[in-house]
Design a protein around this ligand. Structure first.
Ligand code: TRP
Length: 456
């Protein structure tokens, strides 16, 4: 399954499956397996999960359909796509700001994403070498703390991850993204199912299930809601132009809404499976639910250590996670690369070099925030936490509001009808109402309340 070159010399996905797999490759990544369990743990479990799922359905899904649609219609990089659309719809060209916000958000996210992907690489090597066999909970904590307290080691892994990502993106959409996703996603899913089964047999499964599903709304604040919504944006790769770029490679005859729905469901399934696998192990091994970004690294190594064949199984798991991270990282940087290429007329190789180097340098902030720079605080947050909050909870949702407004209010109904987004059935009507009113207002209300302007 490969990309065909069409006459306008833009790549186009060879088939619907290829588009679904690439977009799913972008969506499924560290966000589902690393971030979802740890922030669910930090935010008390059940209620957070329910709010997360509601955000996916009521807010993220309608916006996601719109973002893919903007790409399919604009047929270019995020900035140029919006210029194209504003021209044909006769609205202000300033909408291209969506593209710029997205480029900044993508760079910032990738800057820490590749540091965490670096941890995954470190753990792949350690698991494979057998040094993690027979360790206990304390060993797991020490090993993790040793890793993150050493800036040089973090920098090395971050650099390796950036180099390989740069190499993949420099080779172009065609060979890099598709082939990897196609083969590895199913394997990752099987692995996760296997881990859930392990948890069910060996760990505190019912307790874990209860933690994840039994809601305690008393501990929910507006900030919890904002974090859950930000996670929905993050996990679905939404609001920064990644889906827009992938949508721009989409063939005409494919339904945006249906394919987007499949991707969102798959992504949510993976996050929930990760939770089901991790929480029972956390509870049975006596680890802290709310320990933060180290959660999966510590729980999983303890689990693999106590499992027959854990060394092999663990290595395979981390390798797959690493590949999931790659397919996501590619989509974080692809909007910037396509923008640089068309704006400055430079080669893909040069554009890849510029964009990856930028994100590599930005990554220093995250690296030191776990060790020598852990005292540096921005609004009370470490550098890593600040970048994460800024991107997931502010930039992506703002991108989401703008996407909703341009699709819901600026593009004419006739155009939406011609493009078969509305007018077909009840679902399309519900989508239209949500993109016009529900989604943008909900995002706005949640953001304003969480940030302190309690106006409602
Ligand atoms: N969704 C990915 C994950 O869950 C991360 C990601 C890739 C992303 N592309 C994105 C997040 C664009 C926000 C925007 O790991």
């Amino acid at each position: 399954m490969s990309l065909n070159n069409i006459s306008s010399n833009r790549d186009e996905w060879s088939s619907k499956t290829a588009f679904i797999l690439a977009a799913a490759g972008s969506a499924v990544g560290l966000g589902n397996i690393w971030k979802f369990p740890y922030i669910t743990g930090e935010n008390g479990g059940g209620a957070f999960v329910i709010i997360y799922i509601l955000c996916v359905i009521a807010i993220a899904l309608p916006i996601m359909i719109s973002e893919v649609y903007l790409g399919k219609k604009g047929k270019s990089n995020p900035v140029k796509s919006l210029i194209n659309i504003s021209r044909s719809e006769n609205v202000s060209k300033n909408w291209k700001i969506i593209g710029f916000i997205g480029i900044v958000a993508g760079l910032l996210i990738l800057s820490y994403y590749s540091v965490i992907a670096g941890w995954t690489m470190a753990y792949t090597i350690r698991t494979a070498s057998g040094v993690l066999n027979n360790i206990d909970v304390n060993d797991a904590a020490n090993i993790f703390n040793n890793l993150i307290s050493d800036p040089e080691r973090l920098l090395s892994w971050h650099t390796i991850f950036c180099l390989i990502t740069g190499f993949i993106v420099a080779k172009g959409v065609r060979s890099g993204i598709e082939t990897a996703v196609l083969r590895l996603m199913p394997a990752l899913l099987i692995m996760l199912f296997a881990l859930v089964i392990y948890s069910a047999i060996e760990a505190n499964f019912l307790q874990g299930l209860k933690f994840m599903l039994y809601p305690n709304f008393e501990i929910v604040t507006w900030n919890t809601v904002l974090i859950a919504m930000g996670q929905a944006f993050f996990s679905l790769s939404l609001g920064m132009g990644a889906l827009l770029v992938y949508g721009s490679y989409m063939p005409e005859n494919i339904s945006v809404a249906k394919t987007t729905f499949i991707i969102a469901s798959l992504d949510t399934l993976v996050a929930l499976l990760a939770g089901l696998a991790i929480f029972p192990i956390v509870l049975s091994s006596g680890l802290e639910m709310s320990q933060g970004p180290g959660l999966i690294f510590q729980t999983l190594t303890v689990a693999f250590a106590g499992m027959p064949g854990g060394q092999l199984f663990g290595t395979m798991f981390f390798v797959l996670l690493l590949f999931a991270a790659w397919t996501s990282a590619i989509s974080l940087i692809e909007p910037f690369i396509t923008y640089l290429m068309s704006k400055y007329n430079i080669s893909r190789i040069r554009a890849s070099f510029i964009s990856i180097s930028t994100s590599w340098v930005l990554g220093f902030g995250t690296i030191v925030s776990f060790n020598i720079g852990s005292n540096i605080r921005i609004f009370g947050l470490t550098i890593f936490e600040f970048i994460d909050y800024l991107t997931s909870n502010l930039l992506l949702p703002i991108g989401g509001i703008l996407i909703s407004v341009i699709v819901g209010w600026c593009i004419s109904r006739n155009t939406l009808k011609n493009d078969r987004l509305i007018g077909e059935n009840l679902l399309s009507f519900i989508w239209f109402i949500s993109i016009k009113f529900v989604a943008p207002l909900a995002v706005l209300v949640i953001m304003l309340n969480a940030i302190g302007l309690k106006i409602f």
